[in-house]
Ligand binder design. Structure first.
Ligand code: AMP
Length: 484
């Protein structure tokens, strides 16, 4: 089956029931996003679906809306949820639950949330009465199942949300176990920002003849995010960060660290430096995480220091700036991180502190994005107006200038600086770009050239994914704890 050339321009055309349409309209949404337009008809038709999409594309509503439509007919039985949504993190689970409440307000459906860190007495009572939708993290769900608090035999629809993140966090075995317990499962929906081999295997094992629906997120476009690498001496990173925030007049930002230990201590450092910062990571309880997030959203906090996992799924719109205190170890995380700014046609900025040791991670990011990221020329950024874009003029061509290293004696042999190191790899990036140009764009095996970044790609039953999404990432678990 091929998708129609044009996607439905209204929610009504998708065939959703009136109660759902009214709630969508109350939310102010007039047009389905590409993932919604492509996925909803398949879900309504009862097909298994693989949705390759990340946060920010409207992917949550792409399964919540048709699920509400379908569940409206039928009734839940005690302790036997009719549908389950598996989320990798508590935050994502909470946000999905909020979506159900928003879009389900004109329906008489019940929902329970099983996550760690919040009192579960109320949820248990709800489950005892019977729920239509159960939203859970995999470990917690298994825990409740083993204690006999929930029965999984009557689950008809299961959603595995952010499957690649489940993989990162080591949850795939739990997901597989849960899938094996769902004997009456009629429909499985799997969403993932990327499709590493383990996620493909999971899909191949549990999904039947799935429709594959994919969107490339506009936020990956180089045009909407002005991203810059900032060379830094590893020992002086924190001081460099505060200097950067001040010099670049970064008034509000998410600051990403690779490890949760760093998150807490960096937030304390920023606070001691007089900056209004809060942290968000897995060692905080649910109430504390939510409080940090709410304060940030309400502009009571200027800087939210976060791990990828803690920030994953957080619905923070209109973020003017992202700072990578650490270069992400997985190139895709770079795209996710900077994709939090420059949304909805607005421009955003992203700064990444790069030490000497980070060269190979920068290489991987540039290869993934098939473009070179600009380098900031001088370690002490000049004062400039916050509205002035970080243009090429402020940035050196790699290798033109090295990083100043004030702590070293002049006579000391200077090791390759981050810029110099990256510059040595420059031909590789250029080679990839050149080859793509020669081929007329990246090609799926046997498929058409892919549109450039920034365009949305939507297609129906084509298991062949764009190469950059399909590329295996063998080191996914490298140096990453369950919560990092
Ligand atoms: P998600 O990708 O599900 O995390 O959604 C990202 C954001 O898009 C959320 O703030 C949603 O409320 C919003 N959103 C979802 N559907 C639409 C739509 N059809 N039009 C505009 N915004 C939407």
């Amino acid at each position: 089956m091929t998708l129609p050339d044009t996607v439905p321009a209204s929610f009504a055309a998708l065939g959703l029931r009136d109660e759902v349409l009214r709630a969508v309209s109350d939310s102010g949404y007039t047009e389905p996003t590409p993932i919604q337009a492509a996925a909803i008809p398949h879900v309504l038709a009862g097909r298994d679906v693989i949705g390759v999409a990340q946060t920010g594309t409207g992917k949550t509503a792409s399964f919540v809306l048709p699920m509400l439509h379908k569940l409206a007919a039928g009734r839940a039985r005690a302790r036997m949820p009719r549908s389950i949504i598996l989320s990798p993190t508590r935050e994502l689970a909470t946000q999905t639950a909020a979506n159900f409440e928003t879009y389900g307000k004109y329906l008489n459906l019940t929902m329970a949330l099983i996550i760690g860190g919040v009192g579960m007495g109320d949820q248990e009572k709800l489950l005892d009465k019977g729920v239509d939708v159960l939203i859970a993290t995999p470990g917690r769900l298994l825990d409740w199942f083993e204690r006999g608090k929930v029965m999984l035999t009557h689950v008809q629809i299961i959603v595995i949300d952010e499957a690649d993140r489940m993989l990162d966090m080591g949850f795939i075995p739990d997901v597989e176990r849960i899938m094996g317990l769902l004997h009456k499962r009629e429909q499985t929906l799997l969403f993932s920002a990327t499709m590493p081999p383990e996620v493909r295997r999971l899909a191949a094992r549990f999904l039947q003849d799935p429709a594959v629906v994919e969107v490339a997120r506009p936020a990956t476009s180089a045009a909407s995010v002005d991203d810059v690498l900032v060379p830094v001496d590893g020992a002086a990173k924190r001081a460099r960060l505060t200097a950067l925030l001040r010099a670049e007049k970064v008034g509000k930002a998410i600051i990403f660290c690779n490890r949760k230990r760093e998150v807490a201590s960096l937030a304390r450092w920023l606070q001691r430096e007089g900056l209004n910062a809060k942290d968000i990571h897995g060692d905080l309880d649910q109430a504390q995480r939510q409080a940090s997030l709410d304060a940030f959203k309400e502009d009571k906090v200027d800087y939210l220091v976060a791990t990828d996992v803690a920030a994953r799924g957080l619905d923070i719109d209109d973020l003017p700036c992202v700072v990578n205190f650490d270069v992400p170890l997985h190139a895709e995380d770079y795209v996710h991180r900077i994709g939090r700014t420059g949304r909805a046609g607005k421009s955003g900025r992203a700064f990444t502190l790069v030490t000497e040791e980070d060269g190979r991670y920068v290489d991987a990011i540039e290869r993934l994005m098939a473009r070179r990221i600009k380098r900031m020329a001088d370690p002490a950024p000049r004062e400039r107006d916050a509205t002035e874009p970080v243009g090429e003029a402020a940035v050196a061509v790699p290798g033109e200038r090295g990083e100043r290293r004030p702590t070293r004696r002049r006579s000391e042999a200077t090791p390759p600086t981050p810029t110099a190191r990256v510059a040595r790899h420059e031909p590789e990036v250029e080679r990839v770009l050149r080859e793509r140009g020669r081929r007329g764009g990246e090609r799926r095996p046997g498929g058409d050239p892919l549109p450039s970044a920034g365009e949305a790609v939507v297609f129906g039953e084509r298991p062949d994914l764009p190469m950059f999404l399909a590329r295996p990432v063998p080191s996914r678990l490298l140096g990453r704890s369950k919560d990092d």
